[in-house]
Design a protein around this ligand. Sequence first.
Ligand SMILES: [Zn+2]
Length: 209
Amino acid sequence: MRSLLADWIALDERYQGDRPRVRPVRSVRCGDAPLVFTAPHAVRHVRAGVLKKADIRTGGLAEALARHTGGAALTSLGRLAADPNFDDAETPFRKRLLRTLRPGQLVLDLHGMEDRHGVDVVIGLGARPDRRSRAAAAALQRILVAAGMTVRAGHPFPATHPGTVTSTVQAAGFSALQVELAARRRRPLRDPEGALPLLTAIVAWAAVA
Ligand SMILES: [Zn+2]
């Protein structure tokens, strides 16, 4: 399982730059598993005219998860002029995601929150969760808790805003859920003991999702 952490660290390197890109969306497919790990906030982005900081390490995490589950990853690169998890207008990220999705696929939209929320993970069900989204959320919560993490559903990140990746995917007829991950679980280099349980739990979840 150490290779999981090493992959996370190595795969995250491309998200550390802050240069706007001609192609701000990166798509990776590692196998036939019906899972797409998304990290729209992997890099800094502008929301309502304000430059927001990145959800640190979520880009490398999405790619590491795709690699170790045989799924796919869709991530943001460079610096974004729009917020793919907020703006009402069609963003390049959501457009690309909807174009690549196939029937039967499930999106796990990865985000980073600050530690002050008091739990390790907040699961957002989105505006229109179908049966599979609900079942996947329940399974994820069960597996994370069994791995020693604290988990809450909904507040304060329900992902119900229509501009979220999760709600956009659901409105298009697919399954999706959002996870907000505490900063203390996203330091694979400085705090491997904090990061590894999260990573292994999501890989275990992928086998049943
Ligand atoms: Zn985010």
